[in-house]
Design a protein around this ligand. Sequence first.
Ligand code: HEM
Length: 486
Amino acid sequence: MSFMAKLVCLASLWMIPVSAGEEADALSAADLDAGTPKKNSADIPSKEEYETALKSLDMEAVKKDMKELLADSKDFWPADFGNYGPFMVRLAWHCSGSYRGSDGVGGCGGGRQRFEPERSWPDNTNLDKARALVAPLKQKYGHALSWGDLFILAGTTGLRDAGAPLKQMCFGRVDEAHGKKSELLGPTALQAETHPCKVNGKCKYPLGDTTLGLVYVNPEGSMAVPDPKLSSFDIRQTFGIMGHSDKNTVALIGGGHAVGKGHGACPKGGGLSPKDAYEKGERPWQGECGTGKGKDTATAGFEGAWTTNPLKWDNEYFKNLLDKEWEKFKGPGGHWQWRIKGSDSKLMRLTSDIALLHDDEYTKYVKVFADDMDAFNSAFDEAWFDLTTKYGSGTWADNAKCDNGEFPESLRHVELPDVDKYKGRLYMLQDDLDVSSNGPSSSTVMLAAFAACLLVGVVISVALKHRSQKRDAEFVEVPYEEVISE
Ligand code: HEM
């Protein structure tokens, strides 16, 4: 069963309701409901009301409050290593990384992660806790602080706290009252009608994710097969459609995983999604491993940190990726992950991390960033800005502002990323050459023919590789041809 199917299946089996006051530092029902509204919609101010309130937002004060909030671990969801920073980086990344440049849908602007369908994506497991944790700041600042800004501020503060030199944080994302615009992202009836995904795990352009309910690619590998080469194809597909260059893709993945850890204490999963929980009249709570929190947390099902100091910004991720020999094994969460061969180190890598060593362009940047911290810092700064602020930020307030000076007016008219430039390189874009509503141009037909030849080449070489890998005893057998061609 695939990683996602397991998560969904296990999540529907069991849950533990928590009554208010059960713990000294219990979750407030109001905070949970604010971050994940039970009725799946929320009251928001008009754009004019928001702009009036935004004038009074003291950016330095809210940044300071966020820093303090991240360091204040709560019993109901204890912070790993005593700080919520990395958890919030994941919140901001998942909120933003839903963006696809194919049609401009997704992104954190609007704060739609609070609503269906995004809030119930398997990839967003446990982010209901993250949104509840930051809800008190929303309450404190009221209309002046939008949910979209709050989520990006949480992640940006987490990174800055760790030591990432991020130049700017902009405020002014206008909220939305529901998640309707995200229905096109799926999985929903509307998406099935407009952008069907024939085989989940191999979704095609204009969808930006390979798997519905994942922000990007399957961490375990394409279709849960731990083959880093195939995973590198998926990464280029999803990050390319998000608008990122190869350089920025590598910076984002290595920068994101410079902090924090994966959670896969046992194979039982993370508990009910908001959708299932609310349908049953219960609220989502902890997962199914032991106490379900702290060291017993199950989120995506991969266990371990990427670096020796998961609260410190550095380039150890790249150095160890290059310098160590990594071997795959089934982690405590029951999924394929990678460890350092011949060592009792607990550091881990995902198949999608190892993928960066199986693509020449990606590996080129892994080496650059391992050698040159300044190059890594500046690539990550640009990529984080693009991810959280340039793409997918929705409508900006007329008086949007940034903490390092003027709001760049160019952000109001961001063009969709030029995904055409990836077409010859992305096998997953093949289908769109046939389904273009305007009919393919002659250059498109030429490109299709060229890409088809490339595809045949890739199929043959992967099939050959597959044959040789059959001798590898611990490898799960999955037909590669199915993974890379449709
Ligand atoms: C190929 C792309 C990526 C994949 C497949 C991936 C996958 C994952 C997985 C499976 C986890 C573990 C979640 C859990 O169990 O708690 C994780 C954690 C994390 N990811 Fe990624 N990720 C990707 C890219 C990124 C990017 C671009 C960022 C940010 C720039 C990022 C930031 C993080 C952070 C900070 C955590 C740790 C969260 C925590 O400590 O609670 N990831 N990622």
